[in-house]
Design a protein around this ligand. Sequence first.
Ligand SMILES: [Zn+2]
Length: 116
Amino acid sequence: MEHSGYSHEVQPGRTSQFLRAYREFLRRPGGRLALTASECPSCPGCRYDDVAVVRDALEHITGELPAPVRTELRRLLEGLDAEFRRRTLHDPDPSHWVDRSGSPYPWWHRRRYVGR
Ligand SMILES: [Zn+2]
């Protein structure tokens, strides 16, 4: 019961899974990296094929964690985010910066994707 109140995404196993997925994206060889959109973004099995959605989950988790652990995860993410910023390119098309309702996406979605 110690995790009651946490969403399923905040379980320790999920957190390390998402961190691993983020690190694996950054570990790819080559210089610049382009994001890959998920083939079926609404499906729980496939949505995390998009590393920006993985980063969404990590952001969500960070917000739910108790303060000391939150600080630790924040610090971890700062390092990974710096690498992500360094290796991906800004998407210059403003129509990609907002969702269907016009709400702006977080910065990690506003990067270049494969094929767009
Ligand atoms: Zn699917």
